[in-house]
Design a binder for this molecule. Structure first.
Ligand code: FAD
Length: 138
């Protein structure tokens, strides 16, 4: 049983590129063993993350992430059972929004600011898919 979970959270302090890379490094170390794939986005203030994998593994990983003091206001935006993954090739893909074409954000929201709290969960899923199709994921 595969599931997809998308959540948003707010960085507890302004995120430096080094601390974002540290989170990504731990994710890329841990996620393959759990069969987790996905993408993690930030603009330095807000995180948007998609986790895909087995239901048990996604739940365990999400609960561990949600306890992390580096972020707060963790809110699940979207959860679904899926037949296949969208982000199978990334143990955890990386998107930093300062480098993303503002038109992609504007396509899915009222402003060019990343604010997943202000849009419906499926809209964030569509944004993440668009980022993948436009090669904005590292
Ligand atoms: P550890 O070896 O215990 O820690 C890894 C490194 O992170 C160490 O350098 C440690 O000092 C540092 N660290 C841990 N917690 C904190 C903290 N509260 N403040 C400062 N530094 C800290 N983990 C995943 O496995 N997969 C993910 O996809 C994933 N996504 C994340 C997304 C976000 C937005 C955040 C904030 C964290 C994410 N994490 C993810 C990290 C997760 O919350 C746990 O810290 C991590 O899974 C613990 O794994 P570990 O025991 O192997 O790491």
């Amino acid at each position: 049983m595969l599931v997809r979970l998308v959540y948003a959270s707010r960085a507890s302090s302004v995120l430096t590129p080094a601390s974002f890379d540290e989170i990504l490094a731990v994710s890329r170390r841990n996620n393959p063993a759990a069969g987790i794939t996905g993408v993690l986005c930030t603009n330095g203030y807000v995180f948007l993350q998609m986790l895909e994998g087995g239901r048990k593994e996604v739940n365990e990983t999400y609960l561990r992430i949600a306890r992390d003091s580096r972020h707060h206001d963790v809110q699940i935006l979207h959860f679904e059972e899926i037949a296949q993954r969208k982000f199978a090739v990334w143990s955890m893909g990386k998107v930093t929004f300062d480098r993303v074409n503002a038109a992609i954000l504007l396509k899915y929201s009222a402003k060019t600011t990343l604010d997943p709290y202000a849009v419906a969960g499926p809209v964030s899923v569509a944004l993440l898919e668009d980022l993948m199709q436009t090669a904005n994921i590292a």
